[in-house]
Design a protein around this ligand. Structure first.
Ligand code: AMP
Length: 403
């Protein structure tokens, strides 16, 4: 790496998509951002915005066969703006990797052994890790000389005490199959808990925060003095809160019942709980904007779905208040948490005895900045803290390659 290498390319490779951002670490400026969608289909789409050049979003449609072709297309877009992957200013590529198991609790420079271990974790993250691996291999082939860093979604949760991470099942079986609570969205929980402390003018070590990451996927975490002590997602991102298409918590016996009584296969049950449950299963929509619109029109199914979503959220706020003992802040983040004022209002309604309240006019403010929405008298700060997983990945990557 040269002294002028201050840029990090962040890659988030999903099963049929690649999200990317090129960030200048001098000041966190986004030089370019983009997304390739529907990889492997005839109707793939690449949307690229060259922010540094002040240019408009460029969109191209047409078949992109695989991740290799997708990254080559991204590299060509970047090169067209003078930001090509061959630039000496590029310090590293940071990859989001969903599952790091027990081994990876820190950002890690990727070599063959690391890649093998990420592969070994495929059985516990069958939807995510294979796509992450493909993205890494493709990027390595394009810039074999450049440090490539894996930043794991599970890492922030590695500090959970054993009694929070272990399920109450036979220990030998659990250990043989590495079954335990790993937690996900860790990059976001880490970033948002730190930002919340900053909003309160405190060091992260001084505050206890409940982070509610409410996007299409959703998870809660209890963060005590900067360290995660519990989180709602488990072995996989299916457990916990009601999500856009995932059930969250459910009696595990429902799965046996579906198999024995409804005659469903394991894959069908997996599809039901991951893709046809949560808000979409309850009311046919997974977008909170649409659900609120339907509620305003008097739609009872949408209202029930909303109430179930809020009830689960409240249960986690209560549970994590007990786990933390003292709560300094509740922070809402991600698509729903940052934008849906009615969700924030309803989740905190009735919790005044616990020191939590939302001020209606502060809650109605729309902003990209971290902000408090609780009234001054409230003992617990309620905050909206926009997440920035890409910046966090870039910062962790850059810190590691400069260490
Ligand atoms: P994420 O996974 O963090 O990108 O969040 C995506 C979800 O955020 C969408 O499915 C919507 O439910 C929700 N969302 C985004 N914008 C809004 C908005 N303005 N109001 C309510 N919900 C929103």
């Amino acid at each position: 790496m040269t002294a002028t290498a201050t840029r990090v390319l962040v890659l988030n490779s999903g099963s049929s998509s690649v999200k990317y951002q090129l960030i200048d670490m001098n000041d966190g400026t986004r030089l370019a951002v983009g997304l390739v969608e529907r990889i492997g289909e005839q109707t793939s789409r690449l949307a690229h915005t060259p922010l540094a050049a002040g240019g408009d979003k460029r969109e191209t449609e047409g078949a992109i066969a695989d991740h290799d072709a997708a990254l080559k297309a991204v590299a060509a877009e970047l090169a067209a703006d003078g930001l090509g992957l061959d630039s000496p200013q590029l310090a590293a590529i940071g990859h989001r990797v969903v599952h790091g198991g027990l081994k990876f609790t820190e950002p890690t420079v990727i070599d063959d052994a690391v890649l093998k271990e990420i592969e070994r974790l495929v059985p516990v993250a069958p939807l995510h890790n294979p796509a992450n691996i493909t993205g890494i291999r493709t990027a390595q082939a394009m810039r074999p000389d450049l440090p490539q860093v894996a930043v794991f979604d599970t890492a922030f949760h590695a500090t959970m005490p054993e009694y929070a991470a272990r399920y109450a099942i036979d220990v030998e079986t659990a250990d043989a199959h590495r079954i335990r609570r790993y937690g996900f969205h860790g990059t976001s929980h880490a970033y948002v808990s730190r930002k919340t402390a900053a909003l309160l003018g405190k060091d992260p070590s001084e505050v206890n925060v409940i982070v509610l990451h409410l996007g299409n996927g959703a998870s809660a975490s209890a963060v005590a003095g900067g360290r995660c002590v519990d989180t709602s997602m488990g072995l996989t991102p299916l457990e916990g809160l009601v999500m856009g298409t995932r059930s969250g918590d459910i009696d595990p016996a429902v799965t046996f019942h579906l198999k024995r009584v409804a005659g469903m296969s394991t894959d069908e049950i997996d599809g039901l709980l991951n893709k046809k449950s949560g808000l979409i299963g309850l009311c046919g929509d997974n977008d909170m904007r649409e659900i609120r619109r339907r509620i305003d029109e008097g739609d009872e199914r949408a209202e029930l779905a909303f109430d179930i979503y809020i009830h689960r959220l409240k249960k986690y706020i209560g549970a994590y208040s007990a786990v933390l003992g003292r709560v300094d802040a509740v922070a809402f983040t991600a698509g729903v948490g940052e934008n849906a004022a009615p969700v924030r209002e309803a989740a905190v309604a009735g919790l005044e005895e616990m020191g939590m309240a939302v001020d209606a006019s502060l809650n109605a403010v729309r902003s990209d900045e971290p902000r408090l929405i609780s009234p001054e008298y409230a003992r617990v700060a309620v905050a909206v803290v926009p997440t920035d997983e890409e910046l966090e990945i870039a910062q962790q990557t850059y810190a590691l390659v400069n260490a």
